[in-house]
Design a binder for this molecule. Structure first.
Ligand code: ZN
Length: 304
C-alpha cells in the first residue's frame, strides 16, 4: 500500500500501432487508425490525471523506423512523446508476431515471439541480445522503454526472460533499476502487489499482473466484451472496487488498442465511463501511477 493507504492504480494499453486487425470480422481485415486517436487518448490521460503504460511495437504490421506512408510517419513521431503524457512505453517485443532479424531489419518466418518467450531452451544471452536490439530500435524512435508487456499471457515464461530484464536494468538499458513486467492476468487475489522475480546486480524485474480481464471491447473489438460493471458498478461492486476496498497496494488493469482507440474502438466510451466511476466512488482512495513508478517504489521498499 502507498504511504497514505491509497491504492496505486494503473493500466497497460497493448497492441498500439497505426493498424489494427479486426479479429471478430470475417477474413480478419486490418484497417488504419489515425494518430489523432492516440493523441486523443493521451490527452484524456493527461487531463484526467491518469497514468499507465502504452506498448510501442516498432515492427507491428509495419516498421516504424522505416515508415512507408504518412500514417506510419505520424506514429513514429508521436510515440517519442508518450512520456510527456505520464505514459510509460513498454516493449511488447519487436513485432508482437514473428521473431525479428535485426541485421536485416525484417521478420523471420516461423517461431513467434510469444512461443520464444516460453521456450525453456532459449539461453539468457539470446534474450539479452534480442531485448537490447529492441531497446535500440526504440531509442531511434525517441522511446525509452521502461518495462515489458508480453504478447499473449505467459504464466510459465522462461526464467531467463526475467533474468535478462534484471541484467539489462543493471547495465542501465532501462531508466530505472526496477523493470515492471505484465505477463499474466489474475482475477483471484484479494490484494495485489509487485512480486520480485529476478535480480542481477542492482537490477530487478517485477511481475505486475493485470487484475482483471479486458472488458473494454478487448482485442476482439467486440460489443460482447464491453462491461464496465466488471470493474466497477454504479453501486460500488466489481473487481477494481474489491481491490481498492481490500486496501490492495495496486489495482492494475489492461486494455487493447483494437477495442480502446477513440477512432474505431467500441470501448472508448466504456473506458471514459470507468474513469468517471473510479473518480466518483474512489477518487480519494486511489492514486494513479505509471507501472515504472510502482515497480521503483517496490524496489526501494518505500511503499510496499
Ligand atoms: Zn498484445
Amino acid at each position: 500500500m502507498t504511504v497514505d493507504g491509497r491504492t496505486a492504480v494503473s493500466f497497460y494499453l497493448d497492441d498500439v500501432g497505426p493498424y489494427v486487425t479486426e479479429f471478430s470480422k470475417e477474413g480478419k481485415p486490418m484497417h488504419p487508425v489515425p494518430v489523432s486517436a492516440l493523441e486523443e487518448f493521451a490527452e484524456f490521460v493527461k487531463e484526467q490525471g491518469l497514468a499507465g503504460a502504452v506498448s510501442v511495437i516498432p515492427g507491428l504490421n509495419c516498421l516504424l523506423t522505416e515508415p512507408k506512408n504518412d500514417l506510419e510517419r505520424d506514429y513514429a513521431k508521436f510515440v517519442g512523446r508518450l512520456s510527456t503524457y505520464n505514459l510509460d512505453a513498454h516493449m511488447e517485443i519487436m513485432t508482437h508476431g514473428p521473431l525479428f532479424n535485426f541485421d536485416e531489419m525484417k521478420p523471420i518466418e516461423g517461431t513467434s515471439e510469444a512461443e520464444w518467450l516460453d521456450d525453456p531452451n532459449v539461453p539468457l544471452e539470446e534474450y539479452l541480445r534480442y531485448f537490447r536490439n529492441t531497446i535500440r530500435v526504440g531509442r531511434k524512435l525517441g522511446v525509452t522503454y521502461t518495462g515489458l508487456s508480453t504478447p499473449g499471457t505467459h504464466p510459465k515464461m522462461n526464467p531467463n526472460v526475467w533474468k535478462a530484464l534484471a541484467r539489462l536494468a543493471d547495465e542501465g538499458e532501462f531508466p530505472n533499476p526496477a523493470v515492471p513486467v505484465f505477463a499474466v492476468i489474475d482475477e483471484s487475489p484479494p490484494v495485489m502487489r509487485p512480486v520480485l522475480v529476478a535480480r542481477s546486480g542492482r537490477g530487478a524485474s517485477y511481475d505486475m499482473p493485470s487484475g482483471v480481464w479486458d472488458y473494454i471491447a478487448s482485442w476482439r473489438n467486440s460489443p460482447d466484451w464491453i462491461d464496465v460493471d466488471r470493474y466497477l458498478t454504479p453501486q460500488g461492486k466489481g473487481r477494481m472496487a474489491d481491490l481498492i476496498r481490500n486496501g490492495s497496494p495496486t489495482a492494475i488493469f489492461h486494455m487493447h488498442w483494437q477495442g480502446l482507440n477513440p477512432a474505431t474502438g467500441l470501448g472508448w466510451p466504456a473506458f471514459q465511463e470507468l474513469i468517471r466511476r473510479l473518480n466518483d466512488q474512489f477518487g480519494d482512495r486511489i492514486v494513479w501511477k505509471r507501472p515504472s513508478e510502482i515497480a521503483l517504489e517496490a524496489y526501494k521498499n518505500l511503499d510496499f
